[in-house]
Design a protein around this ligand. Structure first.
Ligand code: LLP
Length: 426
Protein backbone atom coordinates (compact mmCIF):
# COMPACT_ATOMS: atom_id res chain seq x y z
CA UNK A 1 0.00 0.00 0.00
CA UNK A 2 1.36 3.38 -0.94
CA UNK A 3 -0.99 5.59 1.03
CA UNK A 4 0.22 4.52 4.47
CA UNK A 5 0.88 7.07 7.23
CA UNK A 6 0.43 7.68 10.98
CA UNK A 7 -2.43 9.55 12.56
CA UNK A 8 -2.15 11.96 15.52
CA UNK A 9 -2.92 9.19 18.02
CA UNK A 10 -0.07 7.05 16.69
CA UNK A 11 -2.27 4.57 14.82
CA UNK A 12 -1.20 3.83 11.25
CA UNK A 13 -3.48 5.07 8.50
CA UNK A 14 -4.11 3.87 4.98
CA UNK A 15 -5.97 5.94 2.39
CA UNK A 16 -6.76 8.32 5.26
CA UNK A 17 -8.33 5.61 7.46
CA UNK A 18 -6.96 4.57 10.85
CA UNK A 19 -6.20 0.85 11.04
CA UNK A 20 -7.79 0.83 14.49
CA UNK A 21 -11.08 1.92 12.91
CA UNK A 22 -10.72 -0.65 10.13
CA UNK A 23 -10.14 -3.39 12.69
CA UNK A 24 -13.15 -2.30 14.66
CA UNK A 25 -15.43 -2.16 11.64
CA UNK A 26 -14.27 -5.25 9.76
CA UNK A 27 -12.61 -7.37 12.43
CA UNK A 28 -9.26 -9.12 12.15
CA UNK A 29 -7.58 -10.85 10.50
CA UNK A 30 -8.36 -8.84 7.38
CA UNK A 31 -6.56 -8.07 4.15
CA UNK A 32 -6.58 -4.31 3.58
CA UNK A 33 -6.09 -3.48 -0.10
CA UNK A 34 -5.21 -0.02 -1.37
CA UNK A 35 -7.28 0.43 -4.52
CA UNK A 36 -5.38 3.50 -5.75
CA UNK A 37 -2.14 1.57 -5.43
CA UNK A 38 -3.61 -1.32 -7.43
CA UNK A 39 -4.80 1.01 -10.15
CA UNK A 40 -1.49 2.91 -10.18
CA UNK A 41 0.41 -0.35 -10.64
CA UNK A 42 -1.89 -1.35 -13.49
CA UNK A 43 -1.23 1.97 -15.17
CA UNK A 44 2.52 1.73 -14.58
CA UNK A 45 2.55 -1.66 -16.30
CA UNK A 46 0.35 -0.65 -19.21
CA UNK A 47 2.26 2.63 -19.73
CA UNK A 48 5.58 0.80 -19.61
CA UNK A 49 4.30 -1.85 -22.01
CA UNK A 50 2.58 0.44 -24.50
CA UNK A 51 2.70 -1.41 -27.79
CA UNK A 52 2.57 -4.67 -25.84
CA UNK A 53 -0.17 -6.38 -23.84
CA UNK A 54 -0.33 -6.80 -20.10
CA UNK A 55 -2.35 -9.75 -18.80
CA UNK A 56 -2.85 -9.62 -15.03
CA UNK A 57 -2.39 -13.14 -13.64
CA UNK A 58 -5.65 -13.70 -11.77
CA UNK A 59 -4.24 -16.58 -9.75
CA UNK A 60 -2.46 -14.02 -7.54
CA UNK A 61 -5.80 -12.60 -6.39
CA UNK A 62 -9.07 -12.38 -8.25
CA UNK A 63 -12.43 -10.91 -7.36
CA UNK A 64 -15.16 -9.06 -9.20
CA UNK A 65 -13.80 -5.70 -8.03
CA UNK A 66 -10.33 -6.59 -9.28
CA UNK A 67 -11.78 -7.50 -12.66
CA UNK A 68 -13.57 -4.15 -12.86
CA UNK A 69 -10.38 -2.26 -11.97
CA UNK A 70 -8.45 -4.18 -14.61
CA UNK A 71 -11.13 -3.49 -17.17
CA UNK A 72 -11.18 0.20 -16.36
CA UNK A 73 -7.38 0.47 -16.41
CA UNK A 74 -7.17 -1.28 -19.77
CA UNK A 75 -5.43 -4.49 -18.68
CA UNK A 76 -6.14 -7.99 -19.92
CA UNK A 77 -6.59 -11.00 -17.69
CA UNK A 78 -5.00 -14.42 -17.46
CA UNK A 79 -7.21 -17.08 -15.86
CA UNK A 80 -6.29 -20.66 -15.13
CA UNK A 81 -9.53 -22.37 -14.21
CA UNK A 82 -13.13 -22.41 -15.30
CA UNK A 83 -14.07 -20.70 -12.06
CA UNK A 84 -11.59 -17.86 -12.56
CA UNK A 85 -13.06 -17.54 -16.03
CA UNK A 86 -16.56 -17.38 -14.56
CA UNK A 87 -15.56 -14.56 -12.19
CA UNK A 88 -13.92 -12.66 -15.05
CA UNK A 89 -16.96 -12.96 -17.30
CA UNK A 90 -19.40 -12.25 -14.51
CA UNK A 91 -17.59 -9.01 -13.71
CA UNK A 92 -17.73 -7.96 -17.33
CA UNK A 93 -14.23 -8.58 -18.63
CA UNK A 94 -14.62 -8.80 -22.41
CA UNK A 95 -13.83 -12.39 -23.39
CA UNK A 96 -11.36 -11.33 -26.07
CA UNK A 97 -9.20 -9.78 -23.31
CA UNK A 98 -8.95 -13.11 -21.46
CA UNK A 99 -6.20 -15.72 -21.82
CA UNK A 100 -6.89 -19.20 -20.52
CA UNK A 101 -4.03 -21.18 -18.97
CA UNK A 102 -3.57 -24.49 -17.22
CA UNK A 103 -1.91 -27.85 -17.70
CA UNK A 104 -5.10 -29.86 -17.32
CA UNK A 105 -8.08 -27.86 -18.43
CA UNK A 106 -11.13 -30.09 -18.48
CA UNK A 107 -13.21 -30.60 -21.59
CA UNK A 108 -15.99 -28.57 -19.93
CA UNK A 109 -13.63 -25.70 -19.12
CA UNK A 110 -12.32 -25.67 -22.68
CA UNK A 111 -15.83 -25.72 -24.10
CA UNK A 112 -16.87 -22.86 -21.84
CA UNK A 113 -13.82 -20.80 -22.79
CA UNK A 114 -14.29 -21.40 -26.51
CA UNK A 115 -17.99 -20.63 -26.34
CA UNK A 116 -17.34 -17.47 -24.35
CA UNK A 117 -14.91 -16.42 -27.08
CA UNK A 118 -11.75 -16.02 -25.00
CA UNK A 119 -9.02 -14.24 -26.91
CA UNK A 120 -6.36 -16.83 -26.25
CA UNK A 121 -6.08 -20.38 -25.01
CA UNK A 122 -2.56 -21.36 -24.03
CA UNK A 123 -2.04 -24.97 -25.06
CA UNK A 124 -0.09 -27.14 -22.69
CA UNK A 125 -0.13 -30.71 -24.03
CA UNK A 126 -0.80 -32.78 -27.14
CA UNK A 127 -4.11 -34.00 -25.74
CA UNK A 128 -5.15 -30.45 -25.14
CA UNK A 129 -4.40 -29.43 -28.71
CA UNK A 130 -6.89 -32.06 -29.83
CA UNK A 131 -9.44 -31.08 -27.18
CA UNK A 132 -9.37 -27.39 -28.01
CA UNK A 133 -9.48 -28.10 -31.75
CA UNK A 134 -12.49 -30.33 -31.19
CA UNK A 135 -14.31 -27.75 -29.04
CA UNK A 136 -13.63 -25.00 -31.57
CA UNK A 137 -14.82 -27.16 -34.43
CA UNK A 138 -18.03 -27.99 -32.58
CA UNK A 139 -18.59 -24.32 -31.79
CA UNK A 140 -17.88 -23.45 -35.41
CA UNK A 141 -15.10 -20.99 -34.54
CA UNK A 142 -11.41 -20.65 -35.20
CA UNK A 143 -9.84 -20.40 -31.73
CA UNK A 144 -6.74 -18.25 -31.24
CA UNK A 145 -4.11 -20.19 -29.32
CA UNK A 146 -0.55 -19.96 -28.12
CA UNK A 147 1.65 -22.94 -27.34
CA UNK A 148 3.35 -22.93 -23.96
CA UNK A 149 6.91 -24.11 -24.33
CA UNK A 150 9.45 -25.13 -21.74
CA UNK A 151 12.62 -23.28 -22.59
CA UNK A 152 14.90 -25.15 -20.19
CA UNK A 153 15.26 -22.19 -17.83
CA UNK A 154 13.96 -21.95 -14.33
CA UNK A 155 14.39 -18.69 -12.49
CA UNK A 156 13.47 -18.15 -8.88
CA UNK A 157 14.26 -15.18 -6.73
CA UNK A 158 17.96 -14.37 -6.93
CA UNK A 159 19.07 -17.55 -8.58
CA UNK A 160 18.80 -18.41 -12.20
CA UNK A 161 19.47 -21.88 -13.49
CA UNK A 162 19.73 -22.61 -17.19
CA UNK A 163 19.86 -26.36 -17.08
CA UNK A 164 17.50 -29.28 -17.26
CA UNK A 165 14.32 -27.84 -15.87
CA UNK A 166 12.24 -29.68 -18.36
CA UNK A 167 11.35 -32.14 -15.61
CA UNK A 168 8.12 -30.39 -14.61
CA UNK A 169 4.51 -30.53 -15.61
CA UNK A 170 4.04 -27.35 -17.66
CA UNK A 171 4.41 -26.78 -21.35
CA UNK A 172 6.02 -28.64 -24.23
CA UNK A 173 9.78 -28.88 -24.28
CA UNK A 174 11.83 -27.07 -26.90
CA UNK A 175 14.58 -29.55 -26.35
CA UNK A 176 13.85 -32.86 -28.02
CA UNK A 177 11.38 -31.30 -30.45
CA UNK A 178 8.04 -31.61 -28.62
CA UNK A 179 7.34 -27.91 -29.05
CA UNK A 180 8.09 -28.11 -32.79
CA UNK A 181 5.80 -31.12 -33.07
CA UNK A 182 3.04 -29.22 -31.26
CA UNK A 183 3.43 -26.37 -33.75
CA UNK A 184 3.09 -28.82 -36.66
CA UNK A 185 -0.10 -30.27 -35.22
CA UNK A 186 -1.68 -26.91 -34.47
CA UNK A 187 -0.87 -25.53 -37.90
CA UNK A 188 -2.62 -28.54 -39.42
CA UNK A 189 -5.84 -27.99 -37.50
CA UNK A 190 -8.19 -25.62 -39.29
CA UNK A 191 -10.15 -24.80 -36.13
CA UNK A 192 -7.04 -23.41 -34.42
CA UNK A 193 -5.22 -20.19 -35.22
CA UNK A 194 -1.67 -20.33 -33.91
CA UNK A 195 -1.02 -16.77 -32.73
CA UNK A 196 2.21 -17.28 -30.86
CA UNK A 197 4.50 -18.96 -28.36
CA UNK A 198 4.32 -18.65 -24.59
CA UNK A 199 7.01 -19.12 -21.95
CA UNK A 200 6.82 -18.62 -18.19
CA UNK A 201 10.05 -19.27 -16.30
CA UNK A 202 9.22 -18.86 -12.62
CA UNK A 203 8.21 -16.46 -9.90
CA UNK A 204 9.64 -13.77 -7.62
CA UNK A 205 12.43 -13.08 -10.12
CA UNK A 206 14.79 -10.11 -9.71
CA UNK A 207 17.23 -10.82 -12.48
CA UNK A 208 16.45 -10.31 -16.16
CA UNK A 209 18.99 -12.95 -17.23
CA UNK A 210 16.40 -15.73 -17.18
CA UNK A 211 14.06 -13.72 -19.41
CA UNK A 212 16.93 -13.09 -21.77
CA UNK A 213 17.53 -16.81 -22.30
CA UNK A 214 13.80 -17.46 -22.50
CA UNK A 215 13.28 -14.75 -25.15
CA UNK A 216 16.25 -15.97 -27.15
CA UNK A 217 14.92 -19.52 -27.21
CA UNK A 218 11.35 -18.50 -28.01
CA UNK A 219 12.56 -16.31 -30.89
CA UNK A 220 14.71 -19.26 -32.01
CA UNK A 221 11.55 -21.34 -32.25
CA UNK A 222 9.79 -18.58 -34.23
CA UNK A 223 12.72 -18.63 -36.64
CA UNK A 224 12.52 -22.43 -36.96
CA UNK A 225 8.77 -22.17 -37.57
CA UNK A 226 9.35 -19.59 -40.30
CA UNK A 227 12.01 -21.81 -41.88
CA UNK A 228 9.91 -24.98 -41.71
CA UNK A 229 6.42 -23.66 -42.39
CA UNK A 230 6.96 -20.28 -44.00
CA UNK A 231 4.86 -18.47 -41.37
CA UNK A 232 5.93 -15.77 -38.95
CA UNK A 233 3.88 -16.01 -35.76
CA UNK A 234 2.68 -12.57 -34.63
CA UNK A 235 2.88 -12.96 -30.82
CA UNK A 236 5.14 -14.01 -28.00
CA UNK A 237 4.30 -14.05 -24.32
CA UNK A 238 7.11 -14.15 -21.78
CA UNK A 239 4.89 -14.92 -18.79
CA UNK A 240 4.97 -13.35 -15.36
CA UNK A 241 7.24 -13.80 -12.41
CA UNK A 242 8.61 -10.36 -11.61
CA UNK A 243 9.56 -10.09 -7.96
CA UNK A 244 8.35 -7.66 -5.30
CA UNK A 245 9.83 -6.41 -2.03
CA UNK A 246 8.64 -8.56 0.85
CA UNK A 247 11.37 -7.20 3.10
CA UNK A 248 13.86 -4.35 2.77
CA UNK A 249 16.42 -6.81 1.35
CA UNK A 250 14.45 -7.27 -1.87
CA UNK A 251 15.12 -4.83 -4.68
CA UNK A 252 12.57 -5.31 -7.46
CA UNK A 253 12.80 -3.83 -10.96
CA UNK A 254 10.31 -1.16 -12.00
CA UNK A 255 7.87 -2.00 -14.83
CA UNK A 256 9.50 0.47 -17.24
CA UNK A 257 12.92 -1.13 -16.69
CA UNK A 258 11.44 -4.56 -17.28
CA UNK A 259 9.60 -3.40 -20.39
CA UNK A 260 12.69 -1.74 -21.80
CA UNK A 261 14.84 -4.73 -21.13
CA UNK A 262 12.36 -7.23 -22.61
CA UNK A 263 11.75 -5.09 -25.69
CA UNK A 264 15.49 -4.78 -26.26
CA UNK A 265 16.07 -8.50 -25.94
CA UNK A 266 13.21 -9.42 -28.27
CA UNK A 267 14.14 -6.77 -30.85
CA UNK A 268 17.77 -7.84 -30.86
CA UNK A 269 16.98 -11.53 -31.16
CA UNK A 270 14.46 -10.91 -33.94
CA UNK A 271 16.94 -8.77 -35.85
CA UNK A 272 19.50 -11.57 -35.60
CA UNK A 273 16.93 -14.07 -36.89
CA UNK A 274 15.65 -11.68 -39.56
CA UNK A 275 12.12 -11.80 -38.16
CA UNK A 276 9.51 -9.09 -37.85
CA UNK A 277 9.28 -8.22 -34.14
CA UNK A 278 6.16 -9.98 -32.79
CA UNK A 279 3.71 -8.37 -30.39
CA UNK A 280 4.89 -9.01 -26.86
CA UNK A 281 2.72 -9.80 -23.88
CA UNK A 282 3.51 -10.36 -20.20
CA UNK A 283 1.53 -11.75 -17.27
CA UNK A 284 2.44 -10.09 -13.98
CA UNK A 285 0.38 -11.17 -10.99
CA UNK A 286 2.38 -10.63 -7.83
CA UNK A 287 4.06 -7.45 -9.12
CA UNK A 288 0.66 -5.77 -9.50
CA UNK A 289 -1.36 -6.95 -6.51
CA UNK A 290 1.31 -8.12 -4.05
CA UNK A 291 2.39 -4.77 -2.64
CA UNK A 292 -1.12 -3.30 -2.60
CA UNK A 293 -2.38 -5.15 0.47
CA UNK A 294 -1.37 -5.89 4.05
CA UNK A 295 -2.85 -8.27 6.56
CA UNK A 296 -4.10 -6.78 9.79
CA UNK A 297 -3.95 -9.11 12.80
CA UNK A 298 -4.73 -8.77 16.48
CA UNK A 299 -2.13 -10.01 18.92
CA UNK A 300 -3.62 -12.70 21.15
CA UNK A 301 -0.77 -13.96 23.28
CA UNK A 302 2.84 -12.97 23.85
CA UNK A 303 4.96 -15.82 25.17
CA UNK A 304 8.58 -15.26 26.13
CA UNK A 305 10.98 -18.18 25.77
CA UNK A 306 13.86 -17.01 27.97
CA UNK A 307 17.15 -16.95 26.11
CA UNK A 308 15.46 -17.72 22.79
CA UNK A 309 12.82 -15.31 21.59
CA UNK A 310 9.27 -14.20 22.13
CA UNK A 311 6.39 -15.90 20.33
CA UNK A 312 3.63 -13.55 19.28
CA UNK A 313 0.41 -15.35 18.38
CA UNK A 314 -2.08 -13.68 16.11
CA UNK A 315 -5.68 -14.45 15.23
CA UNK A 316 -4.86 -15.94 11.81
CA UNK A 317 -1.84 -17.77 10.45
CA UNK A 318 -1.17 -20.38 7.82
CA UNK A 319 -4.85 -20.37 6.80
CA UNK A 320 -4.53 -16.78 5.53
CA UNK A 321 -0.85 -16.87 4.56
CA UNK A 322 0.55 -20.29 3.69
CA UNK A 323 3.61 -18.82 1.97
CA UNK A 324 5.93 -18.82 4.98
CA UNK A 325 5.22 -22.47 5.73
CA UNK A 326 5.20 -23.53 2.10
CA UNK A 327 8.06 -21.55 0.57
CA UNK A 328 9.97 -20.38 3.60
CA UNK A 329 8.94 -16.89 2.46
CA UNK A 330 10.15 -13.82 4.35
CA UNK A 331 7.79 -11.12 5.53
CA UNK A 332 8.11 -8.09 7.74
CA UNK A 333 5.71 -6.92 10.42
CA UNK A 334 4.98 -3.72 12.30
CA UNK A 335 2.99 -2.61 15.31
CA UNK A 336 0.31 -0.38 13.79
CA UNK A 337 -2.29 0.42 16.44
CA UNK A 338 0.03 2.73 18.38
CA UNK A 339 3.62 3.90 18.48
CA UNK A 340 6.02 2.55 21.07
CA UNK A 341 9.38 3.67 22.38
CA UNK A 342 10.10 0.29 23.97
CA UNK A 343 13.25 -1.60 23.01
CA UNK A 344 12.92 -3.95 20.05
CA UNK A 345 12.66 -7.63 20.93
CA UNK A 346 13.24 -10.61 18.67
CA UNK A 347 9.96 -12.33 17.97
CA UNK A 348 8.41 -14.98 15.82
CA UNK A 349 4.91 -14.15 14.70
CA UNK A 350 2.84 -17.31 14.62
CA UNK A 351 -0.76 -18.20 13.91
CA UNK A 352 -3.38 -20.04 15.90
CA UNK A 353 -3.30 -23.31 13.99
CA UNK A 354 -2.45 -26.69 15.40
CA UNK A 355 1.05 -27.16 14.09
CA UNK A 356 4.40 -25.66 14.82
CA UNK A 357 5.07 -24.76 11.17
CA UNK A 358 2.25 -22.23 11.42
CA UNK A 359 4.57 -19.24 11.14
CA UNK A 360 3.64 -15.89 9.65
CA UNK A 361 6.94 -14.05 10.12
CA UNK A 362 9.93 -16.14 11.09
CA UNK A 363 12.18 -13.45 12.56
CA UNK A 364 10.84 -10.04 13.40
CA UNK A 365 11.70 -7.26 15.80
CA UNK A 366 8.70 -5.81 17.59
CA UNK A 367 8.59 -3.45 20.58
CA UNK A 368 9.15 -5.18 23.93
CA UNK A 369 5.92 -3.77 25.33
CA UNK A 370 3.81 -5.56 22.71
CA UNK A 371 0.66 -6.79 24.39
CA UNK A 372 -2.54 -8.69 23.66
CA UNK A 373 -4.96 -6.46 21.77
CA UNK A 374 -2.26 -4.65 19.80
CA UNK A 375 -2.74 -4.63 16.05
CA UNK A 376 0.13 -5.69 13.86
CA UNK A 377 0.34 -5.55 10.07
CA UNK A 378 2.20 -7.77 7.63
CA UNK A 379 2.81 -5.92 4.34
CA UNK A 380 2.89 -7.26 0.80
CA UNK A 381 0.21 -9.91 1.27
CA UNK A 382 -1.86 -8.99 -1.78
CA UNK A 383 -0.67 -11.90 -3.91
CA UNK A 384 -1.12 -15.61 -3.21
CA UNK A 385 -2.42 -15.10 0.34
CA UNK A 386 -6.22 -14.74 0.09
CA UNK A 387 -5.90 -16.71 -3.15
CA UNK A 388 -4.28 -19.64 -1.32
CA UNK A 389 -6.16 -19.27 1.95
CA UNK A 390 -7.69 -22.40 3.48
CA UNK A 391 -10.19 -23.48 6.07
CA UNK A 392 -7.62 -25.42 8.06
CA UNK A 393 -8.96 -25.97 11.58
CA UNK A 394 -12.21 -24.62 10.15
CA UNK A 395 -10.70 -21.16 10.02
CA UNK A 396 -13.03 -18.65 8.42
CA UNK A 397 -11.21 -17.02 5.54
CA UNK A 398 -10.68 -13.28 6.15
CA UNK A 399 -12.29 -10.51 4.15
CA UNK A 400 -10.57 -8.30 1.63
CA UNK A 401 -11.33 -4.68 2.36
CA UNK A 402 -10.57 -2.16 -0.37
CA UNK A 403 -9.68 1.33 0.83
CA UNK A 404 -9.64 4.49 -1.23
CA UNK A 405 -9.93 8.21 -0.44
CA UNK A 406 -11.03 7.77 3.14
CA UNK A 407 -13.55 5.05 2.35
CA UNK A 408 -13.45 1.34 2.98
CA UNK A 409 -15.55 -1.33 1.38
CA UNK A 410 -15.57 -5.08 1.61
CA UNK A 411 -14.83 -6.65 -1.77
CA UNK A 412 -14.63 -10.23 -0.49
CA UNK A 413 -16.54 -10.78 2.72
CA UNK A 414 -15.38 -12.77 5.70
CA UNK A 415 -16.56 -16.37 5.73
CA UNK A 416 -19.05 -17.27 8.41
CA UNK A 417 -19.73 -20.42 10.36
CA UNK A 418 -22.89 -20.73 8.30
CA UNK A 419 -20.84 -20.75 5.09
CA UNK A 420 -18.84 -23.71 6.36
CA UNK A 421 -21.78 -25.55 7.87
CA UNK A 422 -23.73 -25.21 4.64
CA UNK A 423 -21.07 -27.27 2.87
CA UNK A 424 -21.16 -29.91 5.55
CA UNK A 425 -24.20 -31.87 4.42
CA UNK A 426 -23.54 -35.13 6.27
N1 LLP B 1 1.79 -16.66 -15.99
C1 LLP B 1 1.83 -17.98 -15.74
C2 LLP B 1 1.70 -18.93 -16.84
C3 LLP B 1 2.02 -18.44 -14.43
O1 LLP B 1 2.09 -19.74 -14.20
C4 LLP B 1 2.14 -17.50 -13.37
C5 LLP B 1 2.33 -17.95 -11.99
C6 LLP B 1 2.06 -16.14 -13.68
C7 LLP B 1 1.88 -15.76 -15.01
C8 LLP B 1 2.13 -15.07 -12.64
O2 LLP B 1 3.31 -15.08 -11.93
P1 LLP B 1 3.66 -13.87 -10.92
O3 LLP B 1 3.90 -12.65 -11.77
O4 LLP B 1 2.51 -13.69 -10.01
O5 LLP B 1 4.87 -14.36 -10.21
N2 LLP B 1 1.96 -19.46 -5.23
C9 LLP B 1 3.31 -19.02 -5.54
C10 LLP B 1 3.41 -18.47 -6.94
C11 LLP B 1 2.96 -19.44 -7.99
C12 LLP B 1 2.96 -18.81 -9.34
C13 LLP B 1 2.40 -19.72 -10.36
N3 LLP B 1 2.33 -19.16 -11.66
C14 LLP B 1 3.74 -17.99 -4.50
O6 LLP B 1 2.96 -17.70 -3.61
O7 LLP B 1 4.84 -17.51 -4.56
Amino acid sequence: ARTVGRGGDGAATVAGLAVTDLAEEFGTPAYILDEDDFRARCRAWSDAFSGADVFYAGKAFLSRAVVRWLREEGLNLDVCSGTELAVALDAGMPAERIAFHGNNKTAEEIERAVEAGVGRIVLDSFQEIARVAHAAQRAGVRQRVQIRVTVGVEAHTHEFIATAHEDQKFGLALQGGQAAEAVRRVLNLPSLELAGIHSHIGSQIFDMAGFEVSARRVVGLLRDIRDEHGVELPEIDLGGGLGIAYTSEDDPCEPHEIAKSLAEIVTRECAAADLTVPRLSVEPGRAIVGPTAFTLYTVGTVKELPGLRTYVSVDGGMSDNIRTALYDADYSVALVSRTSNAEPMLTRVVGKHCESGDIVVRDAYLPADLAPGDLIAVPATGAYCRAMASNYNHALRPPVVAVRDGEARVIVRRETEDDLLRLDVG
